[in-house]
Structure formats: C-alpha cells, structure tokens
Design a protein around this ligand. Structure first.
Ligand code: GMT
Length: 379
C-alpha cells in the first residue's frame, strides 16, 4: 500500500506512535509518506520506503496566525497525486483530519480520491476538541473519516459521550512497544552509575504539560525520599518544567532531582529505573507508562482515563485518585521497600506489556483496518 501519515512531529505520544507505525509499515514493504511541518522526532534520517514531505506555511506579514491547516491540505493533495497514495492516516484529529478532508474534496474535483483514517489520541477529544472553538469542526472531521480508531476503550467511550457520533464505528487499536527495544536486560547501567548507585531511581517522562501534573511528581518523590533515600530523573520538557524545577527547589531537592530535557532514546534510561511516576489529570492511554512496564518498571500513577487499561492495578503498578499525592507516595514505598514484590511486579509488567501490546500484533491490526477500508469506501 502507499500510505500518507500526518502527525505532530514534536515530543509526545501521538507523534511517537505515528512514527513507529510508519517505520513498521515500511518494514513490511509498504511505502510511507510523512506529511508534517518538521521531521518527526523519532524518525531516523533515512529508512527504505520512507519519505518525508515538509509543510511550508509561508510567512506573509498579514498573517498573525499563518494558516497551517490549509498549507497542510495543499501538501496532502499534492503528495497524494504525485505519489499515488491510497490512504491518509491522520494522528490527532485537529487539524489533521480537517486538512485531510479538504485535500480529499480537492481531489474529488478531478475525479480522484483517497481514503481517510483518523486515530484519536487523547486531548484532541478530551480537552481541545471539546473547546467551543473546535467542537463542531472536530465532530465534522471525525464523521467524515472513512475509519476511526481510538487508542483505548476509554477514549472510544469518551468520544461517543462528548461528540454523539451516532452510528459511527470506532475501532480500539492500542498503542504498542517494540519488545526488542524496551528490554531491561539489553542496556549497560549508565544511568545507575551516574545517579542511582545503590539508591532506587524514580523516573518521569512527559511533555510537561498541565495535564501531566509534574508538581505532583516532585511532591510524591519528596515523600518517598524522606523515608527511602532515592533519586528522581525527569525526562522531557514543556510549559510546566519551570514549575517542577521550582517545586524541587522549594522542597530542597536540587541535589537529588535531575532534569535531563528531551531525549529520543529512553529505553536505555528506563532500563535503569526502579519506579515510574505518572500522576496525570487525564491520560487516554499512557504510552510512557507502557514503555516503562515493557522495561520492567512498575508504574505508580492515577486511575484516570485509559491508564487502568494499561497498568494492572496491584499487579504491575498501583493507581490512585488524581491528586492523591500521599496515596501515590505510600504506594511507591510499598513497592520499593519490598524487594520480592518489586521483582514480581517488574517481571509481570514486562511479560504483560509484551503479551498485550507488542508492535507486530498491533501493526497487523492497523494493516487489516486499511485493507478493510480500501475496497468499500463510498463516501
Ligand atoms: O494528548 C496529548 O496531550 C498529547 C498526546 C500526544 O500527542 O502526545 O498524548 C496522547 O496520546 C498518546 C498516544 O496515543 C497517549 O498515550 C496519551 O495518553 C495521550 N495523552 C493524553 O490523553 C493526555
């Protein structure tokens, strides 16, 4: 198949999933064209059968807000025609699914066509899409897609609840990991040597947006560290990083909390971690939690959204209510202070992640969705 993929190229789960999917599809012999404004952060510079088409928005002085969605539609239209793409797979509804719909309308003017697949990832449904400025266009764009997928059952239900979308079929296709990459046994203990030595390493990875509650990460760690001397490694960057750094300073934790910034390859770092913290306000799936589990790292987090579909509460981690910092601190200590419990959780986490979310099985689900979509499209 010839497939176009549009995603946000920035540090985040939807871009990571879209890029890993494209790489896996190309590995299976498909031709994959990424169409976005920058090379996706997880895309290496060259891979066979993978092409990257940059969207140039232009910079006319009249535009305070350059119309990226229109430039994207034009680029999609052009790439579909030039390379004979059969489908466009948009990750994150806004504005990608809308741009894809415009591109398809333009193609229809010349009796051409393309199939539209939209994967809903999270805040495109739970936050941004429900903002009155975007609600009608989000609903419209979802309804105009030929096939829709959601990354968790929670997100499918939330989409139906918030947008109605009666009669629409939404397939749940979970996020996935490459079990060969997220493998604890595979990496030298570089991080342990630098930070942990004999102390446990707690870790958090995110884009540091408000929804991640990064201050809670620091507060949970502070309570843990008081009873069990340990270190906290914070990976990623975003608007709330200064708040997290300030919290660490206020609590006198500058020495034991390290902010490493955005890093592409986190598997070697996860392999040295003892516990992963994800106290999110909302999380449609929690790809970072899955990557931790696959690396044998138990997760302590919230029971928000789709996280309970990923973390088996009490077995591969412990989930508490949003904002329950004392609860999450107690849960962390419960796991870290009982070596036998930690070992059992770590082992089950890696096993369960492989059994339910391995790359090959999930990519096959996308491939068969594409195949089902192609011959029957009539919209
Ligand atoms: O929705 C976001 O805040 C960003 C989005 C992204 O692009 O990183 O994350 C969402 O998609 C991920 C991949 O499917 C999910 O694992 C995350 O849970 C989801 N984030 C939220 O729901 C907050």
């Amino acid at each position: 198949m010839k497939i176009g993929i549009t995603c946000y190229p920035t540090y985040g789960g939807s871009g990571a999933v879209a890029t890993e999917l494209g790489i896996a599809l190309a590995d299976r012999g498909h031709e994959v064209h990424f169409i976005t404004y920058r090379q996706p952060f997880r895309l290496p510079s060259f891979l066979p059968r993978i092409f990257f088409h940059e969207v140039d928005v232009g910079r006319y002085p009249l535009f305070e807000f350059p119309p990226y969605d229109l430039a994207l539609a034009v680029r999609m239209h052009e790439v579909v025609r030039t390379h004979g793409l059969e489908l466009l797979h948009c990750h994150y509804a806004i504005p990608h699914a809308t741009s894809a719909w415009i591109a398809r309308e333009m193609l229809r003017e010349t009796k051409e066509d393309v199939h539209l697949i939209t994967t809903l990832h999270g805040t495109d449904i739970t936050i941004v899409g429900q903002d009155p400025s975007f609600f009608p266009i989000t609903k419209f764009s979802i309804e105009k897609s030929d096939r829709i997928t959601a990354v968790s059952s929670y997100l499918r239900e939330e989409t139906c609840r918030a947008f109605g979308c009666e009669g629409l079929e939404i397939d749940v296709i979970h996020n996935f990991i490459d079990p060969d990459v997220y493998n604890r046994e595979k990496y030298p203990p570089l991080l342990k040597n630098q930070f942990g030595r004999s102390k446990p390493i707690l870790m958090h990875v995110s884009n540091f947006r408000a929804v991640k509650r990064v201050r809670d990460v620091i507060r949970i760690y502070s309570e843990v560290n008081r009873e069990l001397p340990s270190v906290l490694v914070m990976i990623g960057d975003g608007p709330d990083r200064p708040a997290a750094e300030e919290e660490a300073r206020m609590l006198g934790l500058e020495e034991s909390v390290s902010f490493l910034g955005k890093l592409d390859q986190i598997a070697p770092l996860l392999a040295a971690a003892d516990l992963f913290l994800l106290p999110s306000q909302s999380e449609s799936f929690g790809l970072s939690a899955l990557e931790a589990l696959a690396s044998g790292v138990p997760v302590v987090g919230t029971n928000a959204g789709g996280l309970p579909e990923v973390v088996r509460d009490g077995e591969t981690g412990i989930l508490c209510a949003v904002g329950d910092v004392p609860g999450m601190a107690a849960a962390s200590l419960e796991i870290l202070q009982d070596p036998a419990r930690w070992a059992a959780m770590s082992k089950l986490a890696a096993k369960d992640a492989r059994a339910r979310f391995s790359r090959d099985a999930i990519v096959t689900q996308y491939e068969s969705l594409y195949r089902q979509s192609l011959p029957t499209k009539t919209k």
